[in-house]
Design a binder for this molecule. Structure first.
Ligand SMILES: Nc1ncnc2c1ncn2[C@@H]1O[C@H](COP(=O)(O)OP(=O)(O)OP(=O)(O)O)[C@@H](O)[C@H]1O
Length: 591
């Protein structure tokens, strides 16, 4: 779980830059503190002819014949301006350092979250939508970033400025200073109470935004199908309703947060007016000079900036806490168990065995999808899994890949349990092609290589076997042609063949084709199967298919029904068994 303390610890890892930034901030705040004092003192010492400390300083600084109102005013003006300039330059340097630091911490948070995405259980992804996760990665981390940037860059300077002003005020007139300083905690205390409300409003706004982002991303995902069924407007209307909720929540959060910060600033201004009155009374009834009174006014204005900054940091503090809470929900999500590879279970050029020992599995407790499934697949064997829709065939593939873990029983490759091999090793040696392969909005090349360094000859060979080489050659930019979102510029069958070529490049020991050729015409499918024979020789293969043409490629057929293997054998034998499920499924099909 990530807390603000962790973020602070991360900042402290860059202690050298943090110290440099803090030192510059300290100097920046220090040089600015005398500014409101200098000019007003001129009122007493030059205009009202009451020479004091400033005149003493000038006597020491300037030659005796230069001493006069013009030179003093000029020197003090120049001094004030150079102090201001130094303060500005130090401020720029400080901000540069602190912004750099806060962005680094933000990057770490983003990377932590992205790392977490690689470990989250598939079940969690099924409930957390892409929109929700994206909102957390973007909006929430942005809120955190704003808070960090503001806090480290401004809080220290603001606190230092307030302390500096307090010291000067106490030195000038301690009674007046005490009144001012006692009111500050009151203002800050009041805004802290009010600030808690802001957190709640911000949370509501972010939740509404999450719903909108989810709705838009889901709609866009399936835009083509929605338009085809004339439902796109209806779905976008739902997104519009979500946008309306964002408006309601954001309006409330926007104006109420602003009202609160204005209210607390208003309280500060009330105090300000009271001081002005008290300061004037002090001029009448005590030894406070007019110049000092103007200086006090100057300091009050001077303090306004830092105080307002502290107040705004407070608002972003509550927003950041809300964002952190939502980021932590993702960080706390259930993770896939991590099994480090304890054995080297796959060997180059020697096909793997697959064994299931009494495997039972349920997505939801109490309703098993696979029940007590045991099977042995010999090295290099080609097995077809068939059965009615929903029988659990694809679920078995998910278990082989370790995307879900069996509730009972064991899965072994080459005699080694999947947990001993580790999911990463298993996935490395399994090549899976699904009915709806995922393609990226990128080039053919990138979709084939998936960032692995294959040479073009290998790509063309894979495309050749997958019966897609001629098609790619005819594309305007060949391998570099862009495929559009999810490969929309390809037909279903072309997508499947591209996915098969991709799988072949990986040279896996175990090949799983889950309805991988279902969208191909029978002629192309036959050509593909023939071309793949050499590739599949020496690789253990599982073919899941409804079409007889694909099933007939297998050495052995396993018939699934209700999560169990109910029939097993070769096509020719099974199809002749009167009353068998296999005969019912394939008896009348011709390939
Ligand atoms: N992620 C999931 N969460 C919950 N239930 C699921 C999930 N995936 C599949 N199921 C359920 O598991 C059962 C088996 O589905 P599976 O996809 O394994 O069947 P199949 O035999 O491959 O079917 P088909 O031939 O139609 O592809 C179905 O009843 C389905 O509703």
């Amino acid at each position: 779980m990530l807390t603000l303390t962790h973020l602070w610890q991360q900042l402290r890892q860059h202690s050298r830059r943090l110290w440099l930034g803090q030192s510059l901030a300290f100097f920046g705040a220090t040089v600015a503190v005398p500014i409101p004092l200098l000019m007003p003192l001129l009122v007493d010492e030059v205009l009202l002819h009451q020479p004091g400390k400033l005149t003493q300083l000038m006597t020491w600084l300037l030659p005796a014949d230069w001493l006069g109102p013009i030179a003093i005013i000029l020197v003090v003006t120049l001094l004030t301006m150079s102090l201001r300039l130094s303060s500005v330059l130090l401020g720029v340097a400080t901000t540069r350092i602190f912004v750099g630091l806060s962005k680094q911490v933000t990057l770490r948070v983003r990377q932590t979250l992205l790392d977490k995405l690689a470990r989250i259980r598939m079940q969690v992804y099924e409930s957390l939508g892409a929109g929700q996760i994206t909102a957390r990665l973007l909006t929430d981390i942005e809120t955190l970033d704003k808070f960090l940037g503001e806090t480290i860059a401004k809080v220290l300077v603001a606190i230092l400025s307030v302390i500096g002003v307090a010291v000067v005020l106490l030195w000038m007139h301690w009674q007046l200073a005490l009144i001012i300083l006692l009111l500050n905690p009151f203002v800050i205390g009041l805004t802290m109470v009010l600030g808690k409300k802001v957190k709640l409003w911000k949370q509501r706004e972010n939740s509404a935004f999450e719903v909108l982002s989810q709705s838009v991303s889901e709609t866009l995902e399936v835009m083509q199908q929605l338009r085809a069924s004339n439902s796109d407007k209806r779905f976008l209307d739902k997104a519009k309703q979500a946008a309306e909720s964002v408006r309601v929540a954001a309006t409330a959060s926007g104006w109420k947060s602003d009202a609160l910060s204005r209210l607390s600033f208003g309280v500060f201004l009330f105090g300000f007016e009271i001081f002005r009155a008290v300061a004037m009374l002090m001029v009448v009834f005590s030894d406070l000079s007019v110049g000092q009174m103007i200086a006090v006014f100057g300091y009050l204005w001077f303090m306004m900036g830092p105080v307002q900054e502290l107040l705004s940091v407070q608002v972003s503090f509550y927003a950041a806490k809300a964002a952190l809470g939502r980021i932590n929900q993702v960080l706390a999500a259930d993770e896939e168990p991590h099994y480090p590879a304890q054995v080297d279970g796959f060997h180059a050029h020697s096909p793997a065995t697959i064994r299931l020992q009494q495997v039972t599995f349920a997505y939801a407790e109490g309703s098993p999808i696979l029940e007590d499934v045991s099977l042995n697949i010999a090295p290099g064997e080609q097995v077809a899994l068939v059965g009615v829709s929903g029988a659990g065939k694809s679920t078995l593939v998910q278990l082989l890949l370790g995307l879900y873990a069996p509730t009972k029983g064991q899965i072994l490759f080459n005699g080694q349990a999947i947990e001993q091999l580790g999911y990463a090793q298993v996935r490395e040696h399994l090549g899976v092609v699904l009915q709806q392969p995922m393609l990226f909005n990128d080039s053919v090349r990138q979709n084939l290589t998936m960032d692995q360094p294959y040479n073009d000859a290998a790509l063309w060979h894979a495309l050749e076997v997958a019966q897609l080489s001629q098609f790619v050659r005819d594309l305007p930019q060949g391998l570099d042609t862009q495929l559009g979102r999810s490969g929309v510029r390809l037909s279903g069958g072309q997508r499947q063949r591209l996915a098969i070529a991709r799988m072949m490049l990986k040279q896996p020991q175990v090949v799983i084709l889950d309805e991988a050729t279902s969208m191909l015409d029978t002629h192309t499918e036959a050509l593909l199967h023939r071309a793949m024979r050499t590739f599949l020789r020496g690789r253990t293969t599982i073919i899941i298919a409804h079409r007889l043409s694909a099933v007939k490629e297998a050495d052995r057929v396993l018939v699934f029904d209700g999560g169990r293997i109910i029939e097993e054998g070769q096509h020719d034998t099974l199809v002749k068994q009167n009353g068998s499920v296999y005969q019912r499924l394939y008896g009348s099909q011709t390939a």
